[in-house]
Design a binder for this molecule. Sequence first.
Ligand SMILES: [Zn+2]
Length: 95
Amino acid sequence: MAPSTSVTEHTYRCLSCLDGTRDRDFNVSHVSATCGACESFARFVNETVLDRFRAFEESPPAALDWERLDRSEKFLVCDQVVRSNRSIEDFAVSD
Ligand SMILES: [Zn+2]
């Protein structure tokens, strides 16, 4: 591996069209940028967070009432699980 590629690239995906991507050399939950695919100024979400989000949509975690969360809350939970290594049980909701 060449030394010049030592910076880790993180991929962010456009939430408007889910087609456009941006690569950044830092790891945050999301970035805002103009999308090359749909040309809107959109929120780009960290692809690892988006993968987790999709997995939970397919198979909602038993620990919390996933369907009751709105989309931004879902992304927040996914972000914490993926990037902070928190357990989904930490988000258990009780009435
Ligand atoms: Zn887009």
